[in-house]
Design a protein around this ligand. Structure first.
Ligand code: DC
Length: 243
């Protein structure tokens, strides 16, 4: 009888909404480059008092690590040996995902156009995705996180309570990336950025492992004609009110 009572208690609350000993929900935001994920995820995390996790920083850090070590991704045994030996950690600070490889903080090196391109190649490697999976998952255990990337709702946190997929048309995404690129001091033209976005989209969407696609239970939002604040307001409507 005692057993039956405890089972009944369990099924009263859907596991995805159980908040026991957790610090909040896991919120995932996936989508293509330039859809506004980072800005929106940061703003949402701030509103909710949650940690912000930019998982793309991990793939960029891997790209940086390969680049520094002079490893060609096609050389499987060198690549696997590097992955096995390297130490990679992240530190989630307010609005910034710091990435540390072998005790060196590599965060400042990751936003260049070269790292953007290399990261999308590195992200196609199943060995890299496997290596990064547990690192990402450990941050979801206690909830209270907004994590953005490509496969967060489908693969990293399939049990997340709230999932979003942000989209925007190619012209909007190109203009946004161009502004960001200029801000961080790189001189790519709009035409180059558009081409690179298309190339990365094709890779992200067509790779065999964890391709970019909305989770079945994700809320899909097109941010092309919306301001950041408008997108954040829309997302907020989907965050369950805590009991
Ligand atoms: O979001 P970003 O541009 O910083 O991502 C860099 C690359 O990493 C991008 O080409 C896609 C890849 N990525 C991924 O495959 N899965 C993630 N969860 C996050 C990023």
């Amino acid at each position: 009888m005692g057993k039956a009572t405890s089972v009944k208690t369990d099924i009263c609350v859907h596991p995805r909404h159980r908040q026991t000993q957790r610090q909040g929900f896991v919120v995932t935001i996936d989508g293509p480059a330039g859809a506004g994920k980072s800005t929106v995820a940061r703003a949402l995390a701030l509103r909710l008092g949650y940690a912000y996790f930019d998982t793309g920083a991990l793939y960029r850090a891997m790209a940086w690590g390969f680049h520094q070590a002079g490893i060609d991704c096609r050389d499987t045994s060198a690549m696997e040996a590097f992955l096995a030996a390297m130490d990679i950690r992240v530190s989630l600070e307010e609005g910034v995902t710091r990435t540390i490889i072998d005790n060196e903080d590599v965060t400042a090196h990751l936003r260049s156009p070269e790292m953007s391109r290399l990261a999308s190649t590195v992200a196609e490697l199943p060995q890299v995705r496997e290596r990064l999976l547990p690192i990402q998952r450990q941050y979801g255990q206690r909830g209270g996180i907004v994590a953005e990337g490509r496969d967060i709702g489908t693969r990293v946190f399939p049990e997340a309570e709230v999932k979003f997929f942000l989209e925007a048309d190619l012209e909007t995404r190109t203009a946004r990336r161009h502004r960001e690129t200029v801000q961080v001091g790189y001189a790519e033209t709009s035409g180059e950025i558009r081409r690179h976005i298309q190339e990365r989209d094709a890779k992200d969407r067509s790779r065999d492992v964890a391709p970019l696609t909305p989770a079945d239970d994700a809320v899909v939002i097109d941010s092309s004609s919306l301001t950041i604040d408008q997108v954040v307001e829309r997302l907020m409507k989907w965050i369950p009110v805590r009991p």
